[in-house]
Ligand binder design. Structure first.
Ligand code: FAD
Length: 385
């Protein structure tokens, strides 16, 4: 293999380029990204960058000692040619490569309907800059979706002095991810901080002409808002591969090492749906740590076909920061048959909960318990589904 093209110039793409050099690849690496920016970090976009504590320069992911690669920025890959193994870009140019690493991530799911000013999603630097402009004290903000990004935006906006309402269609926010009891415990933190939370009612439409004036709910209520943030999840950026040789399902369908249906193509990060042997099914993970760690495994797959000395993927892990709480979660909550709060209380500012299956820890949730959480996380034992 003499040349590798990495499609997607963000966290997973950069980590793939690093892993190629770390694993001895000396050929040409091209990194193609449709954003004009060099790789930047997204987690601060809903936290300290949105708050105004960090600047754009603080988001840079590159350090002083990065691999030598050819950057092709501001160009979108539109097709992978199965016959010639070439990548076609949106300006009609083509890049030939012996190996391809797909790292095209995901994009924020929009709210269907009219485009109104004052309605935001949050995925890119431009999204964050536009939203940051609107965070003025006293402004009324409605956040649609009480998932992690919605909750973080609500927390940051509250710190900036906005009057915030979070709207969640489910009866209990995050119940799918954490279970109903602990989901409810995290949700209470909004109200403890003076942010209103409306659960169990969907959104009928956004109101306003030209600029948004509020959110009409399916139960007839209307939440007035000067700014609306839509945080209802993300879709994998894989349309450009449709009709091509790479098999897709919810993202790029991969084996447990990032290999796709095409031997010289692997996929990593938020766009990749790896087979998870613990769950016994495909699982697309949209977390920073997965996008950072898994490229080393996929690169080994690409370069060697077999996997000498590379450990399998670790259980999914993510963190979130809301109000004065640092939340950390790892593992497979859906496999658990019991959940125990082992330290602190879900009603207080810090606790540690361990999810077990037949007595074996399969997942853990820590709130302001970083040391204890890390100890449990290290011991999480995958259970065959
Ligand atoms: C606001 C926010 C806060 C977050 N906070 C946390 C957190 O606290 N904890 C946590 O664990 N995770 C968090 N995440 C998730 C984490 O940032 C992602 O998991 C991570 O960015 C995934 O990296 P990636 O490289 O796979 O994808 P992305 O970062 O989405 O990058 C993919 C890149 O590919 C580009 N691209 C797409 N299609 C094409 C194409 N056809 N051609 C060329 N380029 C293309 C995209 O524009 C993008 O630049 C957060 C995400 C966001 C948006």
């Amino acid at each position: 293999m003499r040349s590798v093209a990495v499609i997607g110039a963000s966290l997973a793409g950069l980590c793939a380029a690093r892993a190629l050099r770390d694993q001895g690849f000396e050929g040409e690496i091209s990194v193609i990204g449709d954003e004009v920016h060099r790789p930047y970090d997204r987690p601060p976009l809903s936290k300290d960058f949105l708050l105004g504590v960090l600047d754009q320069i603080d988001l840079a992911l590159e350090t002083d000692s990065e691999p030598d690669v050819r950057w092709v920025l501001g160009r979108r890959a539109v097709r992978l040619d199965g016959a010639t193994a070439e990548i076609e870009l949106d300006d009609g140019s083509r890049i030939a490569a012996d190996g391809v690493i797909v790292a095209t991530g995901a994009r924020a799911r929009p709210f269907a309907g009219r485009g109104l000013a004052g309605v935001h999603v949050l995925r890119t630097l431009e999204d964050a800059l536009a939203l940051r402009e609107e965070l003025r004290p006293g402004t009324r903000m409605a956040v649609i979706g009480a998932g992690f990004i919605g909750a973080e935006v609500a927390s940051t906006a509250h710190k900036r002095g906005l009057d915030v309402t979070v709207i969640e269609a489910a009866e209990v926010p995050l119940a799918g991810a954490l279970g109903a009891t602990l989901g409810a415990a995290l949700a209470r933190v909004h109200e403890e901080n003076g942010v209103r939370l409306s659960c169990g009612t969907g959104v009928a439409e956004l109101t306003g002409a030209g600029r948004v004036t509020g959110v009409a709910l399916t139960d007839g209520r209307h939440i007035p808002a000067d700014v609306v943030v839509v945080g209802i999840g993300a879709n994998p950026n894989v349309e450009w591969l449709q009709g091509g040789p790479v098999e897709l399902d919810d993202g790029v369908r991969c084996d447990a090492r990032g290999g796709t249906s095409v031997p010289q193509v692997v996929a990593v990060g938020d766009c990749a749906s790896w087979y998870d042997p613990v769950l016994g099914r495909q699982h697309r993970v949209e977390h920073w740590t997965g996008a950072m760690e898994r490229p080393a495994i996929a690169v080994s797959t690409l370069l060697n076909g077999s996997y000498p000395g590379i450990a399998p993927a670790k259980p999914p892990y993510f963190w979130s920061e809301q109000y004065d709480r640092r939340i950390q979660f790892a593992g497979y909550p859906h496999l658990a048959d019991s959940v125990d709060v082992e330290l602190g209380s879900p009603d207080g500012p810090s606790f540690l909960a361990v999810y077990r299956r037949e007595g074996v820890a399969v997942a853990a949730l820590g709130v302001n318990r970083p040391r204890e959480f890390t100890r449990v996380r290290r011991g999480l034992c995958p259970v065959a589904a």
